[in-house]
Write a protein that binds this ligand. Structure first.
Ligand code: IVH
Length: 696
């Protein structure tokens, strides 16, 4: 339900007819923007609300269903036609920071991690500060000095093969001279200059073709052309700044690596500076920020990178971002506009999220027509009303936010927004648990919005990543009753004949989709856990669980056992570094629910969930072992010791039990070391520990 929209039950035949007509037009505009032009105007959630409204009206007024109704079409574009490339080294993202205080914390965190820097505050920690280019990341592979392939970032593990498109770049070195490792992957950012973007849009509009919203979208649209001759007409450029797979090291500092890149003929950003303390980093940041408007390419922050590569190596990664680098984002850009509607979206766990539908406005070069209002309390606190003029802000890729209402511009007859107490999708009560800010639909499995959102999550990139299984498929298959649970996706092949016969579906596309589904019958445990859509279990937590429990069977058994508070399994779960009590509680609830257990049993009949891959490194004497560090370590910090142990395939736990294999006792170790002795565990000093892993 949306603010001013008429409740469907109250509609007359005429109103319903008019509304269905309006929805057909609006949905088809968005279909075109999404499928043909690669540039959606609204979010998937907003699109879904339109489709749901259309379906809901049709359900009440079946005699008014139009021939051109969106519910009669599936019409989704299938796979893009680019082949997939697995990245030998994942393409990571960067953590963000927004203030000088955040930067202080970032620097302190690195110093805390590296023992020598903790012990001696005078040791310099050098960084590079370089612009964060607002483009598309790319990886370029060279073998024996020759360019062989290029791929987009994709989900970080798998990207798309855009070799032929990249070949059309004018400043791409095809052969690297001088010292070149046999295999070297160069990573960087593809972008369009602002002037080339203006010129491209001018040409596009003369031809009556689509104009792009900003240089980044234009670069993306230009790179992802199946016909590389079109890419060739677009003047894409490249800044190189990192590496992927390497057959041998290239330099000992980030700075010397950039010099090597230039020798090979890559463009390196000229604003890059070497900094040795907080003050010089902030100076570099300010300097780049001040130049921002006069640069001919878009940047959205400054990236800081530890200069010493051996320190980078030791610092490693947290989830999918390096500990040795971060992006200092530029402050948000703001603009005024009007709220025309407030829509309520229903998420996969039933959460209701209010979204302000705005009169479109350009904020920092991007057209914004939606902004988040977060939750019911935020709307009340800011007293946001339909028709209000509001200040909105946009920072980087984050969804724009409503900052405040411009009260002077408020109309006299405006009324406070009334937050719905029932779910707009299914009509079930929407309730707020004590202490929670989020109101949730109680419809559970009967709420079509929740179910559809769960399916979407299930097939999404980080989960089963089923190629070509778009939102439109999810809705259509669900509506047709072909998929009632997520396992049913793997039974769609039983409906092949039916699917091929239905309107809007070519035989080829059905075959392609079924093949894509079939391809995913083998899945890693972390992806599988993530796909379940358990509250608070994002990709990082899913990985932690996979790493800890190794197999789905072990995980399920442990979660059932953990339902007894205080049991060993309960303690074990709560001791996983990164899993707090509230997350543990959500996990226990999920895995002990009968419906979920039946679902998991059913999965067993359709897919194979691989065991988590513990690095099978025979040279690592600690692979698969559970280790507890206690007391003060003298030679490395606790943080580094833990990361190193995990890199070598061990699990690090916070408490000693009979399942612990090794206890490393530093200075002043107390009760844990004592317990280890009592249990007869392998108790090592720090030096013995370092000797054990030496050379691994
Ligand atoms: S370094 C391991 N340097 O920002 C770190 N990234 O938010 C690899 N980006 O996916 C990234 N300018 O596409 C790095 N100077 C720069 C960058 C940069 C833009 C992009 C890159 C990355 C994203 C992370």
């Amino acid at each position: 339900m949306t603010g001013k929209e008429r409740a469907i039950e109250d509609m007359s035949d005429n109103e319903a007819r008019r509304e269905l007509g309006r929805l057909v037009k609006e949905i088809s505009t968005h279909d075109e923007a999404y499928y043909q032009n690669d540039s959606p105007i609204i979010s998937d959630g907003e699109y879904d609300i339109l489709r749901q409204r259309n379906l809901a009206i049709e359900a009440i007024f079946p005699n008014l269903i139009r021939e051109d109704s969106p519910s009669n079409k599936i019409g989704a574009a299938l796979s893009t036609g680019f082949s997939k490339v697995h990245h030998a080294r994942p393409m990571l993202s960067l953590s963000n920071l927004f203030s000088e205080d955040d930067l202080r914390d970032f620097l302190a965190g690195i110093r805390r991690f590296l023992k020598e820097l903790t012990d001696d505050p005078d040791i310099e920690l050098e960084f590079l500060a370089e612009p964060k280019i607002d483009g598309l990341s790319i990886t370029l592979r060279y073998e024996y000095g020759f360019f062989v392939s290029a791929a987009t970032r994709g989900d970080g593990s798998t990207g798309e093969d855009v070799t032929e498109n990249i070949r059309t770049l004018k400043d791409l070195p095809i052969k690297l001279g001088g010292f070149v490792p046999d295999v070297v992957e160069i990573r960087g950012e593809i972008y369009l200059t602002k002037s080339d973007f203006d010129e491209l849009n001018r040409r596009q509009s003369i031809k009556g073709d689509k104009v792009f919203a900003n240089p980044r979208n234009a670069a993306a649209g230009s790179l992802r052309q199946l016909d590389a001759t079109i890419t060739a007409l677009r003047p894409l450029k490249l800044f190189a700044y990192a590496w992927g797979e390497l057959s041998e090291p290239v330099g000992i500092t980030q700075w010397s690596f950039l010099e090597q890149l230039q020798v090979w003929g890559f463009e390196v950003n000229p604003l890059t500076r070497l900094c040795d303390d907080f003050i010089s980093l902030i100076e570099a940041y300010k300097n780049i920020y001040e130049q921002r408007a006069s640069l001919d390419y878009d940047i959205d922050g400054v990236v800081y990178k530890v200069n010493r590569l051996d320190w980078q190596e030791r610092l490693g990664f947290v989830s999918r971002a390096p500990r040795w680098a971060t992006a200092h984002k530029f402050p948000a850009e703001r603009a005024q506009t009007i709220i025309n509607r407030i829509d309520i979206q229903v998420g996969r766990t039933g959460s209701l999220t209010p979204v302000a539908k705005l009169t479109a406005v350009t904020v920092g070069g991007v057209v914004v027509s939606n902004a988040t209002l977060h939750n019911e309390d935020e709307i009340a606190r800011k007293d946001v009303r339909i028709g209000d003029t509001v200040l909105i802000q946009r920072a980087g890729d984050v969804i724009p936010q409503v900052v405040e209402v411009v009260i002077d511009k408020r109309s006299k007859n405006s009324t406070p927004f009334e937050y719905p107490k029932v779910c707009p999708a299914c009509g079930a009560d929407a309730v707020r648990d004590e202490g929670e800010v989020v109101r949730r639909c109680t419809g559970g499995l009967i709420c079509p919005a929740q179910v559809v959102e769960r399916f979407k999550h299930f097939v999404s990139r980080g989960a089963f990543d089923i190629d070509g299984f778009g939102n439109k498929h999810v809705e259509a298959f669900f509506e047709e009753g072909l998929i009632k649970t997520t396992v049913d996706i793997f039974r769609l092949k039983d409906h092949e004949f039916e699917l091929k016969g239905s309107e809007g579906w070519g035989d080829k596309s059905v075959e392609k989709l079924l093949a894509a589904i079939n391809d995913r019958r083998n899945i890693t445990l972390d992806r599988f856990i993530f796909s379940l859509g358990i509250r608070q279990i994002g990709q990082a937590n899913a990985r932690l669980l996979a790493k800890h429990y190794i197999s789905i069977e072990a995980l399920r058994m442990a979660m059932v056992a953990a339902s007894v508070i205080g049991s060993e399994a309960f303690e074990d779960l709560n001791n996983i570094d990164g899993i707090g009590p509230s997350v543990a509680n959500d996990l226990i609830i999920f895995f002990n629910n009968n419906i979920n257990q039946a679902l998991l049993d059913d999965f067993d009949t359709q897919i194979n969930i691989q065991k988590f891959n513990v690095p099978k490194d025979n040279s690592s004497p600690i692979a698969g072992k559970t280790i507890v560090f206690t007391g003060t370590l003298e030679l490395v910090t606790r943080g580094e010791a833990k990361v190193r142990a995990e890199q070598l395939g061990a699990k690090v736990s916070g408490s000693v039990s009979k399942r612990t294999d090794i206890v490393v006792a530093g200075q002043g170790a107390g009760s844990k070391a004592k317990k280890a002795t009592e249990l007869g565990l392998n108790l090592l000093s720090e030096t013995q520990w370092l000797e054990l892993i030496d050379g691994s």
